[in-house]
Design a protein around this ligand. Structure first.
Ligand code: ATP
Ligand code: MG
Length: 645
């Protein structure tokens, strides 16, 4: 690859941030050499416990057994709300920014407390008890946060289903987690379009006879059907309930939520997280990774339907008493300047988004960014996919004015919180690298025999020791949990991702292990070839997969989306091929380039390479689980226009 740029820690941050390079080194060493002492101290610092734990950690990765802070008792909503009331009752807890730029709302910690208590009482009155599952199918409105916290207050387990999912996907998730209560809204609003949440819920519930209560938030007052025996207006119920609610004291290992993964690699898994360890790592990473300071306004653009929304819109920031921004809309509505206008409007200090959004905004051009100030911004973040160095540089230079370090956070639904990430005051940055492990996290690279690779090298990314926010099981299917994460490499948690470690000990995620290319015996990450392709100024996005090739074993099949207004040509194909040769080597030369007006993505915006692999291999009758696909029409187009071989 071309000579990597290194961006040193900005001087201002070196002095002011909570963790500098030396502190990172010594604390990291302590966190892996004396994990019990390290985590006990953090648990005391970050959380309030009703009863202290007797054992910090009991885990056996060979058996997939994980438990943290055993015997400890606490309540997540108390940690996120009640304990802040005295010092910051009147501080804004949630800034809500509506889809329509003229709509917003500020909610203080005191108001949050009242809303959550009232709703918790409603749920209790409707018979919801500790351990019962409640499904949330909500737009990005404050009530979504209230609902998560209300469940946590009474010990109910929430299962948030992204509001963009179909009735069928919703039904599957309600049935899989055996939910008896659903909270939704009449309609959601995104990018000026209405989403028929209640109508979708009605369709799903036609096949969920066990659901006895459906609470409905009135968001648009649109036309909906009503089932008297089951449906209840949220506001009416909440107003009739008491604003005080005794929390349920939960065991540290009691479940907090179930959340289904994005489905990039197959049928979604219902990942189960528990209480103490999860909240600790969510809070700690939020504080250190975004260098959260008193009074900061923090904005994560994820949807609460994804784990990023759980840990970094709701639980992490609120546990730290921060001000968290909840955005109902999309980054490109009314136009591609929206994010930066919101940053200026609310004085946002840290901004956390996904590469798919960065690439989309980059494609729209710099003018949208440049007409805004963004001077409040201090830290930028990225999550969800490898961020191509090209997009990284744009984010850094154009959005952050070369002032704001980018935290490229690698983690998964299953890990609950950040696992590898820079820290603003401690880590020099390399575009495209998630840099180093967070405290207590021990990543290793394994070769095909399962041996640990020392020093620089490339292999399967696994984690060697338990961490507090680790998944505990796949809901209702512990065997699938063992098979997926603990059987491939006994004694390790297997991430499913491949990674490379460079001479400086920096990690680079190369893509899913299933996606790794093996061309004439040379192994290559899809991310590397894609990054080379998007270096071309006429390319907006690219996805690369392997396909069966008589001579090479695997050939490289590249799907390329040109920038808006660019006419695909054979000339451009030739330039792209030379670019790959120049950046990586002759071995990385794409055998086939197919122009793709769009790429198949999950609803969380990730490229679904497994579908592209099937199209490339001409295996059209086995596309696999496509239920989490954002736009099925994209796949039809790619099939119709696939290359002849
Ligand atoms: P499924 O497990 O159902 O296939 P998924 O893996 O896409 O879906 P998530 O848990 O939302 O579901 O995503 C985690 C994955 O996202 C990681 O395993 C990794 O492949 C990718 N990822 C997340 N953050 C980063 C990052 N900063 N750099 C590179 N890859 C990332
Ligand atoms: Mg996954």
């Amino acid at each position: 690859m071309t000579e990597q740029h290194v961006y040193p820690v900005p001087e201002a941050l070196k002095q002011k941030a909570a963790i500098d390079a030396d502190t990172y080194q010594s604390l990291y060493r302590q966190s892996v050499e004396q994990p019990d002492a390290f985590w006990a101290a953090q648990a005391e610092t970050f959380l309030d416990w009703q009863e202290k734990w007797h054992t910090v950690c009991k885990s056996d990765l060979r058996k997939g057994e994980v438990a943290w802070f055993l015997g400890g008792k606490l309540n997540v909503s108390v940690n996120c709300i009640d304990r802040h009331l005295e010092a910051r009752g009147d501080q804004t807890a949630i800034i809500w920014e509506g889809d329509d730029p003229s709509e917003d709302q500020l909610i203080t910690y005191r108001e949050l407390h009242e809303e959550v208590c009232r709703l918790a009482n409603v749920l209790r009155e409707r018979g919801v008890k500790k351990g019962d599952r409640v499904c949330l199918y909500m737009p990005m409105i404050p009530e979504a946060c209230y609902a998560m916290l209300a469940c946590a207050r009474i010990g109910a387990v929430h299962s948030v289903v992204f509001g963009g999912f179909s009735p069928d996907a919703l039904k599957d998730r309600i049935q899989n987690a055996d939910c008896q209560v659903v909270i939704t809204a009449d309609e959601g609003v995104r990018g000026g379009r209405k989403i028929p949440l209640k109508t979708n819920t009605d369709k799903a519930l036609a096949e969920c006879p066990d659901v006895h209560t459906c609470l409905v938030v009135k968001r648009t007052a649109g036309d909906i059907q009503w089932e008297d025996s089951r449906d209840v207006w949220y506001r009416d119920a909440v107003e009739a309930a008491s604003p005080e609610c005794e929390p349920e004291w939960m065991d540290s290992e009691d479940p907090l939520f179930i959340l289904y993964t994005s489905g990039s690699t197959g049928k979604p898994k219902g990942v189960l997280h528990t209480t103490g360890g999860y909240l600790l790592q969510a809070a700690m990473t939020h504080k250190y990774v975004f260098d959260q300071q008193e009074g900061d306004v923090y904005w994560c653009t994820a949807d609460v339907g994804w784990v990023t929304g759980h840990s970094y819109i709701v639980y992490g920031p609120l546990a730290n008493g921060a001000t968290t921004l909840v955005f109902e809309g999309v980054p490109t509505y009314p136009d591609a300047a929206r994010c930066w206008e919101v940053v200026d409007k609310h004085g946002v200090n840290s901004f956390y988004t996904a590469p798919t959004a960065v690439r989309a905004l980059m494609g729209a051009g710099d003018d949208f960014v440049k007409r805004t100030s963004r001077k409040s911004l201090r830290i930028l973040g990225s999550v969800g996919e490898p961020i191509n160095p090209e997009a990284w540089e744009w984010y850094y230079k154009v959005v952050g004015d070369e002032r704001c370090p980018i935290m490229d956070t690698w983690w998964q639904t299953e890990t609950g919180a950040h696992m590898m990430t820079p820290l603003p005051g401690a880590t020099d940055l390399k575009p495209g690298s998630c840099t180093k492990p967070f405290f207590g996290v021990q990543p290793v690279l394994l070769d095909s025999e399962g041996n640990e690779i020392e020093g620089a090298g490339e292999g399967s990314l696994a984690i060697k020791a338990s961490w507090p926010s680790q998944l505990r099981t796949v809901y209702g299917d512990h065997q699938r949990c063992i098979d997926t994460y603990y059987s491939t490499y006994p004694g390790y948690y297997f991430t499913g991702d491949g990674a490379r470690r460079d001479e400086d000990g920096y990690f680079w995620i190369t893509g899913r292990v299933d996606d790794v290319l093996n061309v004439s015996g040379h192994r290559m990450g899809t991310a590397e070839v894609e990054s080379a392709l998007v270096l071309h100024e006429q390319v907006a996005e690219a996805a690369v997969v392997g396909y069966p090739h008589d001579i090479k074993g695997q050939g490289i099949y590249a799907y390329v989306t040109p920038m808006t207004g660019v006419e695909p040509s054979d000339e451009l194909k030739k330039e792209l091929i030379s670019l790959c040769v120049k950046e990586i080597g002759a071995i990385a030369k794409p055998d086939i380039i197919q122009w793709a007006p769009g790429l198949p993505k999950t609803r969380s915006g990730k490229i679904m390479r497994r579908i592209l692999r099937k199209i490339a291999a001409n295996e059209l009758d086995s596309l696999g689980d496509t239920s989490t696909l954002a736009d099925p029409a994209v796949v039809d187009d790619l099939i119709d226009n696939r290359a002849n071989r």
